[in-house]
Design a protein around this ligand. Structure first.
Ligand code: SOE
Length: 386
């Protein structure tokens, strides 16, 4: 087994999910020819105590408070970008320039212009890359895609996605700072559109093909918050909620809704596709199930009769995506395994296996839809995705 040294750029929530994946991947995917080594992790000098705790918790050999130094170290093979969004562009471009393999968290960039620069740099460098849209690697979501690819839905008519949370309802929640940078437009780029709908858009385009045009409405419910670092009241400019209509290239139409004000919803993500021959539904609150309605078989022969209903399929059998790598049928895996699965796909890709997606090109597509959504809401009109 060849070792691959990882440089982790960030030590927050995503730093933890990615570090866990590097530690676990060889246990569950022992046939991969690579073994990741957690070589060095980066955090800001002002976060040194957090960084040291992070190092200890996940087993990094070293720490670094200058990310540029970490990227240019000759012993680093993979640069993993899990820092706040505004840093992605420079980190990815410098990592590409240094010839490193790149894994980058979503949203890939703050804008299409940034994403295009990043794609150019990665293309020029010809380095292996993956953008982390982790929900694709939930086995039930992968099975959703498989059902569609097997022709079991037929002509698609409706795609419907929700992504709802409720953690910003209180006026007392501050903006900015280490844990709430997602509310600060300069750091996050956008609100729920880049943070949550990017996941829904990635899944939708993966499953149902490219989105052609969108028409959106966004809202900011609390217009001012205290900045966590300065204590001053600051205007809030990121979208707290966003709804948009979409037209797909395959002729189907979609609705997407996201909010951080959906009381009772913590990380509620659903997707449904209704077609001529069948329909599929996924709900992240029951992450090991997929629901499937069969009207006709792939040849078009009608199956529906007086006993037909929605089938609730427990996606834990060894023939289901990824599940042969885990426990026995009927036992569950969790959120952290989506990151292990995506890392396994990345490592398989660099070992001559199937090309790993989503890559920077797929992420640029998602960024184009996100930017069009924000623009559509601002200009109150339909926007074409070019
Ligand atoms: C916070 O809103 C967050 O952690 C997102 O940044 C993730 O992408 C999402 O999957 C869970 O919620």
């Amino acid at each position: 087994m060849k070792t691959l040294n990882v440089g982790m750029l960030g030590c927050g929530f995503m730093g933890r999910t990615h570090s866990n994946a590097y530690n676990q991947v060889s246990h569950f995917f022992p046939d991969l020819p690579f073994k990741p080594v957690l070589k060095c992790c980066y955090g800001r000098p002002e976060d040194i105590e957090t960084l040291k705790k992070f190092q200890k918790a996940w087993g990094y050999e070293e720490i670094e408070t200058d990310w540029r130094k970490l990227i240019t170290r000759p012993d680093i093979d993979i640069v993993d970008v899990v820092a706040p969004n505004f840093l992605h562009k420079d980190m990815v471009i410098e990592a590409a320039g240094a010839g490193k393999m790149i894994i980058c968290e979503k949203p890939f960039a703050m804008s299409v212009a940034e994403a295009e620069e990043m794609v150019d740099a990665v293309e020029k460098a010809g380095v292996a890359n993956m953008v982390s849209f982790c929900y694709r690697r939930n086995p039930a979501v992968s099975l959703f895609k498989q059902i569609v690819d097997e022709g079991r839905i037929g002509q698609p008519f409706h795609y419907r996605a929700l992504y709802l949370q409720d953690y910003t309802i209180s006026q007392k929640v501050p903006a900015g700072g280490a844990s709430l940078w997602r509310l600060d437009a300069k750091v996050a780029g956008s609100g729920v559109t880049g943070d949550l709908l990017a996941h829904s858009i990635d899944a939708a385009e993966w499953i149902n093909g490219p989105i052609k045009r969108v028409c959106a409405k966004t809202e900011i419910f609390i217009k001012e918050r205290k900045n966590a670092e300065t204590g001053e009241m600051v205007p809030i400019t990121i979208d707290d909620a966003c709804m948009f209509l979409a037209v797909f290239e395959n002729g189907s139409i979609g609705t997407f809704e996201s909010s951080r004000y959906a009381r009772g919803r913590k990380n509620f993500q659903t997707m449904e596709l209704n077609g001529e021959k069948g329909a599929v539904y996924f709900n992240l609150e029951e992450p090991e199930y997929i629901q499937f309605f069969r009207y006709a078989d792939p040849s078009g022969q009608k199956i529906e009769d007086h006993l037909t209903g929605w089938q609730k399929i427990l996606v834990t059998n060894s023939e289901h995506p990824y599940m042969s790598h885990y426990w026995v049928p009927g036992t569950m895996i969790g959120y952290e395994h989506y990151f292990i699965n995506q890392l396994a796909d990345f490592l398989a890709g660099i070992s001559g296996g199937p090309e790993c997606h989503p890559d920077v090109h797929d992420a640029l597509r998602v960024q184009k839809v996100c930017d069009a959504v924000i623009r559509s809401a601002k200009e109150e009109k339909w926007i074409e995705i070019l």
